[in-house]
Design a binder for this molecule. Structure first.
Ligand SMILES: [Zn+2]
Length: 225
């Protein structure tokens, strides 16, 4: 399993509900935390590893030792939103790109945990932002769709570099084409679970080199998800 980069079709895929919590799903969740820590993120959605199921993980401390801060959200749903807040975001599927996004400042979210228990959280500020960013991933939305107008001209050329890199890797045969990727996504999504074959798949994303002049430094603390 690997994190996929934009514009992998999984990142534009409408994920479907998890229908069974079994040992394969537990294995995937553990791996998602590991990949997230490796990439120094604080959240990771299943679609970001090419798994089109409604599931994401967070650890706002980004610390593998802080097990008490690990949360798994299965079939999540936001029930209330209030306020509005603009802050910086980053994404593990778009490494090194940071830009401001306006979102509701607080949300009430409910989801199932790995034991199949329904729980609810009333979140504001960073935690609220992270769960909204991750839930967007499950609906095929990226934070770059929502950046504030002032950051649009900065973000678009960076997206173009990611797109060119990905399409070149596909054209050279180093990465599967969209049709193949989408067929696999459809099969997994409709099954509602993690097939054995997914556990052993290990396709590295094409390495992206973004010209330094296109990037601007992160302003705030780590908020990649
Ligand atoms: Zn993201």
């Amino acid at each position: 399993m690997q994190i996929v980069y934009y514009p992998h079709p999984s990142l534009r895929f409408q994920a479907l509900e998890v229908k069974r919590i079994d040992s394969n799903l537990r294995t995937v969740v553990r791996k998602m935390f590991d990949l997230m820590y490796e990439a120094r993120g604080i959240g990771l959605a299943a679609t970001q590893i090419g798994l089109p199921l409604r599931l994401f993980v967070i650890n706002l401390e980004a610390d593998p030792a802080a097990k008490e801060d690990e949360f798994v959200f299965i079939n999540p749903q936001i029930n209330k939103r209030r306020g509005s807040d603009t802050d910086e975001e980053g994404c593990l599927s778009l490494p090194k790109l940071f830009a401001d996004v306006k979102r509701p400042e607080a949300v009430v979210i409910e989801a199932f945990d790995l034991d199949g228990q329904l729980f609810e959280m009333d979140l504001e500020e960073l935690p609220a932002r992270v769960v909204q960013h991750e839930l967007d991933h499950l609906d095929g939305a990226m934070f770059t769709d929502k950046v504030i107008d002032q950051h649009r001209d900065y973000v678009d050329p960076v997206l173009k570099v990611f797109e060119q890199t990905f399409r070149q890797a596909q054209a050279s045969g180093a990465y599967p084409n969209d049709e193949t990727l989408i067929n696999t996504l459809r099969e997994i999504a409709t099954s509602g679970g993690v097939p054995d074959s997914f556990l052993t798949a290990n396709l590295a994303p094409p390495a992206v080199e973004i010209p330094a002049g296109l990037l601007r430094p992160r302003r705030g603390r780590n908020s990649d998800g």
